[in-house]
Design a protein around this ligand. Structure first.
Ligand code: NAD
Length: 474
């Protein structure tokens, strides 16, 4: 399969070809592979909304359910001017595999609305989102037990709150209405740590990667994240948080940031917080003080660096530019940023790729925590916090009594650490990403042939999905 020339595969073909590589390592009953890869259903809706100027406009949107081997199905809602049905289907498939990789008990789904959000007022966006949500709810494509959206490109807590409220209006007697969507504002059914969860998850994966010297060596690198030179594409939700955490907490240097309108560069490292504030204010990175600028953002992907983090959109590394990449570690923070053909070429060159279906699973992991919180109707840690505090105090008192010395402040702070919601979310996320890394590592080394991370991650996912199909029936 890999010998054919395929420069123009669709997004979902690209995903399927990659998954196919993992199937080669599994021995399944005939036909099961096709069942697992097939997209279960796709709903296309078209609906009118009245704009502020009185004009009516018809919008097109989709929600795809790739697999309901586990329910509810889960996946983000993308509002973007390039959304297509194939894209939504590909993203839904990625969600199926992603959830299995990180042991989150959902099937895969995805939604997309063809819109350029920046062309509409906040009031118009609220009407459009609510109307889209009504279409999906009335057709059984949103509900706490069936199909639970989350934020993706172009959407955030605000849109999720509108969807939850629309669900509540349509189901006034549904006690679990908050669980119909995740990524909501913390004050309205959300969970602390969800907004930054995908970026945080990327940080946890990279920390784990650098704890494995044999993997680090494979990527032609040494040491840990400290001082590593990073080029990042996309400073939206995912890219901003990943870049912020890696530079502020792990000592990495963000030497270039690529945005829609070009690339800014500084060998000494860019201050991520300040760049984000500048981008928000000017809607552009051009003119950011103390940085060189080039309008050709795509060229930024070809800058020499230790890590290239792709956090914008799909199909950014293709046959057209793959040979110009000057990095040995590619991190797929976005979904599908490297096409099948480019992936093949990079693997031949020995470039290590940490794949989307694993690397960016932090978002759905914390969404899972939020969904459980909504179903249990209580904040994590609420009942244990004071008990932990008392316990910490008693340990300190006992230590001081027994030693006759004061417990130093740094230990005191650790002993008094309260298991509040954010601490629990971070702990659960870190554990999830590390455990998944471990499972993928085992899969990579299960035969003499060492598998690449993507094939091993899909192998792990397919084993679990297959088990469900064989145990539960299809
Ligand atoms: P976002 O809309 O918040 O950010 C995307 C950023 O990319 C924006 O800053 C945008 O200006 C920039 N961008 C757009 N086109 C670009 C281009 N050609 N070159 C450079 N930059 C460009 O979206 P997001 O939520 O950060 O999602 C980014 C990617 O991560 C998507 O592929 C999404 O599916 C994936 N993802 C998101 C989440 C999540 O929790 N939000 C979870 C998993 C995966």
């Amino acid at each position: 399969m890999t010998t054919l020339t395929r420069s123009r595969l669709s997004f979902s073909q690209s995903v399927n070809y990659m998954v196919n590589r993992a199937f080669e390592h599994l021995d399944l009953p005939p036909g099961l592979k096709e069942q697992i890869m097939a997209c279960n259903s796709v709903l296309q809706v078209q609906f009118p909304v009245r704009l502020d100027n009185g004009e009516y406009r018809t919008f097109t949107a989709w929600r795809a359910v790739h697999s309901d081997h586990r329910v509810p199905v889960k996946g983000g809602m993308r509002f973007a001017p390039h959304v297509r049905q194939d894209e939504v289907m590909a993203l839904a498939a990625l969600m199926t595999y992603k959830c299995a990789i990180v042991n989150v008990p959902y099937g895969g789904a995805k939604g997309g609305l063809l819109i350029s959000p920046r062309d509409y007022s906040d009031e118009e966006l609220e009407r459009i989102t609510r109307r889209f949500a009504r279409e999906l709810i009335s057709k059984g494509y949103i509900g706490p037990a069936v199909n639970v959206p989350a934020p993706d490109m172009g959407t955030g807590p605000r849109e999720m709150a509108w969807i939850a409220d629309t669900y509540k209006e349509m189901h006034p007697d549904e006690l679990n209405y908050f669980a119909s969507v995740t990524g909501k504002p913390v004050a309205n059914g959300g969970i602390r740590g969800r907004t930054e969860a995908t970026g945080r998850g990327i940080q946890y994966v990279l920390r784990e990667f650098f704890r494995h010297p044999e993997d680090v060596k494979m990527a032609d690198l040494t040491g840990d994240l400290d001082g590593k030179r990073i080029v990042i594409q996309g400073l939206g939700n995912v890219g901003y948080h990943a870049a912020k955490f890696l530079s502020e907490e792990d000592g990495a240097k963000i030497v270039a940031i690529i945005e829609r309108d070009g690339v800014i560069m500084n060998e000494k490292g860019l201050p991520v917080e300040a760049v984000k504030a500048y981008l928000t204010e000017h809607d552009s990175v051009q003119g950011f003080p103390g940085a060189a600028y080039d309008t050709d953002g795509a060229k930024g992907l070809e800058l020499a660096c230790d890590l290239l983090i792709l956090a914008a959109l799909e199909a950014q590394v293709t046959l057209d530019n793959v040979d110009n990449l000057k990095t040995s570690l590619v991190v797929e923070a976005a979904n599908g940023p490297v096409t099948f053909d480019a992936d093949t070429r990079l693997r031949q060159r020995g470039v290590v790729i940490l794949p989307d279906a694993f690397v960016n699973a932090g978002g759905v992991t914390v969404s899972y925590f939020e969904w459980i919180k909504n179903l249990s109707h209580i904040r994590f840690g609420r009942m244990a916090r004071r008990l932990d505090e008392q316990h910490g105090k008693r340990v300190i008192e006992a230590l001081e009594l027994m030693t006759g010395k004061k417990v130093p402040d740094e230990f005191r702070a650790d002993l008094m650490l309260q298991t509040d919601e954010l601490a629990l979310v971070r702990s659960g996320l870190d554990d999830t990403m590390r455990e998944a890394y471990q499972e993928i590592s085992e899969a990579r080394h299960r035969t003499n042939e060492v598998l690449d991370f993507r094939t091993a991650a899909y192998y792990v996912a397919l084993k679990k999905i297959t088990r469900t199909h064989l145990d539960m029936g299809v």
